[in-house]
Design a protein around this ligand. Structure first.
Ligand code: AMP
Length: 431
C-alpha cells in the first residue's frame, strides 16, 4: 500500500514525500479513503498510530478541492478540530501546516493560557481550519470572534481524554452551534458508554475503523520494573541516568508537586531537567518541551495529563517514577516511546506501596514485566506499605487548556493561578 493508492492529490502527496513517509500507517490506510468519500468516521486509535495525518491529509484535500477559490474570500472557518490540551492543539496545528504547505488554506490554533490578541487577529483575518481546545473556543464564541456557522467538517480528537477532563458540556455546546449538515470524525483510544452516547448523537451512518490497540503494547518497547524503596527512588533514577548515559528521558510522576520536587532534585544532581504540568504557563510548557526536543534538557518530569499528546520522534526512554493509579495510563505512558518504528525502553520504579498497582497493570497487559534490582538498591523487606496519596485535585488533573473559570470541569478545577516559575535546571554537566 502506498499513499498514491489512497486517492490523495498531488499537492498533498508532495508534502507527505517531503516528510519522508513512504507507507501509510494502518489507521491512515483505513481512514483516508473514508474521509475523502465524505463519510462520518468513528476511529479507535491512540496517539502514535499516525492518526493526525489520518484525518488531516484528507481534510486538506477536501477543503482545497471543494469550493476551491471560495475559501479565502468567505472568511468563515470550514473545519473545526477539537482537542483536549493546548500541547495537542499546537501539534495538530503544526501537522495541518506541514501537510498543507502546498495548498491554499489558512489555519490557526486556539487554546487557553495565552492572551487572546493573536488568536483574535488570526480569526479576524479569516481561517479555513481551526484547531482548538473547547474552553478557549467558547470564550471566542462568546466574544463573537469565532463564527462556526460555516463548518463543513468537525473532528473530535482524543475524545475520551476530552470527556475525562470534563469537557463534555463544552463539546455539546459547541456542537449545537455547528450546521446540522456536516461531516464528523471522532477519534478515541477507548470507547466508553459516554463516548458511544456522544457518537450516536453526532455521527450519521459512520464507518468504524480500529487499529491494534497499543495495550497490546508495542513490541518495540522493552519494559522492566526495578523494585526499590520509596525513599531511594530519586537516587536510583539518578544512577540509572548516569550509568546508562540516558540523554532524553520522560519521567512520570503522579502529582504536580512530585514533578516539581523531583525536577529540583535532578537539577541539584547536575541533570538538566524541567517539570511539565498544568500549573505551568503555556510559555513555560512550550519552552520546556522545545528544550527537551532539542536535548537542551535531558529529563522532562511530567504528570499524565501534561504529557498527553507529547509527540517526540524516537523518544528513547520513559520512566514511571511512580506507577499510575489507572492501569490504562501505564499503556499511554509507555506509548510515548517506541514510536514510528524506533526502539524504546520503559522502566518503572516500584516500591512496596505499589505492588497492587503493578499487578493491575500486568493483568491488563496479560503478561509479567521483567523485574530487576539494582545492586545497592535492594528493597528493605521490613518496610511496610503505605497508602498511596491521590493527587489533590482527584484522580485526574484539571484541564490545562482553560483560560477562565466557566462551568467547572467535573474532575477538578482549573489550573492554579499561582503558577510557579519554571523549574528549569541547567546543571553543570553537558550531555
Ligand atoms: P500521531 O499518532 O498522529 O501522533 O503520529 C505519530 C508519529 O508518527 C508522528 O511523529 C508522525 O510524524 C509520524 N507518522 C505519521 N504518519 C507516518 C507515516 N505514514 N510514516 C511514518 N511516520 C509517520
Amino acid at each position: 500500500m502506498h499513499f498514491t493508492d489512497l486517492g490523495l492529490a498531488a499537492e498533498i502527496l508532495r508534502a507527505i514525500a517531503e516528510q519522508g513517509y513512504d507507507t501509510p500507517t494502518p489507521i491512515q490506510a483505513q481512514a483516508i479513503p473514508v474521509v475523502l468519500e465524505g463519510r462520518d468516521l468513528m476511529a479507535a486509535a491512540q496517539t502514535g498510530t499516525g492518526k493526525t495525518a489520518g484525518f488531516t491529509l484528507p481534510i486538506l484535500q477536501l477543503l482545497s478541492t471543494r469550493n476551491a477559490g471560495l475559501s479565502l474570500k468567505r472568511f468563515k472557518p470550514r473545519c473545526l478540530v477539537l482537542v483536549p490540551t493546548r500541547e495537542l492543539a499546537v501539534q495538530v496545528h503544526d501537522s495541518v501546516r506541514t501537510y498543507g504547505r502546498h495548498v491554499r488554506l489558512k489555519s490557526t490554533a486556539i487554546y487557553g493560557g495565552v492572551g487572546m490578541g493573536a488568536q483574535l487577529s488570526a480569526l479576524k483575518s479569516g481561517v479555513d481550519i481551526i484547531v482548538a481546545t473547547p474552553g478557549r473556543l467558547l470564550d471566542h464564541i462568546e466574544q463573537r470572534s469565532a463564527d462556526l456557522s460555516g463548518i463543513e467538517i468537525l473532528v473530535l480528537d482524543e475524545a475520551d481524554r476530552m470527556l475525562d477532563m470534563g469537557f463534555i458540556r463544552d463539546i455539546r455546546r459547541i456542537i449545537a452551534l455547528l450546521p446540522k449538515k456536516k461531516q464528523s470524525l471522532l477519534f478515541s483510544a477507548t470507547f466508553s458508554d459516554e463516548i458511544r452516547g456522544l457518537a450516536n448523537g453526532l455521527l450519521t451512518d459512520p464507518v468504524s475503523v480500529e487499529v491494534a490497540r497499543r495495550n497490546a503494547p508495542a513490541e518495540l518497547v522493552s519494559q522492566s520494573v526495578y523494585h526499590v524503596d520509596r525513599d531511594r527512588k530519586r537516587d536510583l533514577l539518578i544512577q540509572l541516568i548516569d550509568d546508562h548515559g540516558w540523554h532524553q528521558v520522560l519521567v512520570f510522576t503522579r502529582t504536580k508537586h512530585g514533578a516539581d520536587a523531583l525536577s529540583d532534585r535532578l537539577g541539584k544532581a547536575g541533570i538538566r531537567s524541567a517539570a511539565l504540568h498544568g500549573n505551568k504557563s503555556q510559555n513555560q510548557r512550550q519552552r520546556a518541551l522545545d528544550d527537551f526536543k532539542r536535548l537542551k534538557l535531558n529529563v522532562l518530569v511530567a504528570t499524565d495529563i501534561a504529557a498527553r499528546g507529547i509527540d517526540i520522534d524516537e523518544l528513547p526512554h520513559v520512566v514511571n517514577y511512580e506507577l499510575p493509579n489507572v492501569p490504562e495510563d501505564y499503556v499511554h505512558r509507555i506509548g510515548r516511546t517506541g514510536r514510528a518504528g524506533s526502539r524504546g525502553q520503559a522502566v518503572s520504579l516500584v516500591c512496596v506501596d505499589e505492588h497492587k498497582l503493578l499487578r493491575d497493570i500486568e493483568h491488563l497487559l496479560k503478561r509479567d514485566i521483567e523485574k530487576k534490582v539494582q545492586p545497592g538498591f535492594e528493597p528493605d523487606p521490613s518496610i511496610k506499605p503505605q497508602p498511596i496519596q491521590k493527587p489533590r485535585t482527584g484522580a485526574r488533573q484539571a484541564p490545562p487548556s482553560r483560560s477562565a473559570p466557566r462551568n467547572k470541569p467535573a474532575h477538578g478545577g482549573r489550573p492554579s493561578a499561582h503558577a510557579k516559575p519554571a523549574s528549569h535546571h541547567t546543571g553543570q554537566r553537558h550531555r
